[in-house]
Design a protein around this ligand. Sequence first.
Ligand SMILES: C[S@@+](CC[C@H](N)C(=O)[O-])C[C@H]1O[C@@H](n2cnc3c(N)ncnc32)[C@H](O)[C@@H]1O
Length: 297
Amino acid sequence: MTAPDTPPVCDYEGSGYRQDFWEKRGRDYEDRVERIALRRLLPAGGRRALEIGAGFGRLTAELAAYEQVVLLDYSRSLLAEARTRLGDGRYTYVAADVYRMPFRPGSFDAATMIRVIHHIADVPLALRGIRRALAPGAVFILEYANKRNLKAMLRYALRRQTWNPYSPEPIEFVPLNFDFHPAYMLEAVQAAGFRVEQRLAVSLFRLGALKRLVPVGALAGLDAALQGMAPLISPSVFTRNLAAGEGPDVTGEPLSFACPLCGGDLTPEREALRCAAAGCGRRWIRRDGIWDFKEPG
Ligand SMILES: C[S@@+](CC[C@H](N)C(=O)[O-])C[C@H]1O[C@@H](n2cnc3c(N)ncnc32)[C@H](O)[C@@H]1O
């Protein structure tokens, strides 16, 4: 059985994302305001949350009120870092592609996807898969990079940028890095089967000079005050979406995986799962505490 082709992935395997992007680059302000937005949008708690593109688990602590948290990422090395930080307990680590997630439909009552969709070339395909993994009524917190941000608008007005921040289509400014217009994302999320409930303008003060001059607490406080009322001209937008319509709900059952390539049921073997579907039979392995659904083992 051959699996359908999926778009290319921005591969973080072996990257120094934590050290190089967060620790050495003075991004405390961004980290703080993202946590503030998440706390505002997440429900008080629930059964099982899926963190899509969890990376090294920077934001996983924000899901503390969920009984079980599944961290999914394409990068095994970042998941290994997350596991070192967080341990096992209520966490499950899954190496997989968001286009081919290994879950039964309706497995989660919440999902987050922060700083990930800007790497996604086929947004409708990814969003449909996420909707399938969620139970009806589940909450999906999605962050995206906003092309209609103040800096881009100014640069465009001064003719220092050729692409138009007001036009709805995504802009791929470097390969596999996209900024999205709020109108495009609104339509894409709705088309995938979500009801958009709330949108927040986040990181309004993401400017090197401001970050150097104003203490991080004050800047984050100001951002927090404005997130809900500022127009969507910030570099980052957080959205709270509800899974609309009908569908299965297996959030009350223990988490069980499905074959990411054919959707078939999986039968346990020692530290592995085998697809029971006729013509498939692929085997998926758990190695060093991480389920690997990127390639059959
Ligand atoms: C910029 S990092 C963000 C990590 C984390 N959400 C955070 O905010 O710290 C993007 C993450 O998305 C993951 N990613 C990118 N494309 C993916 C895909 N197709 N499937 C699963 N994960 C993906 C990368 O491996 C990386 O960990």
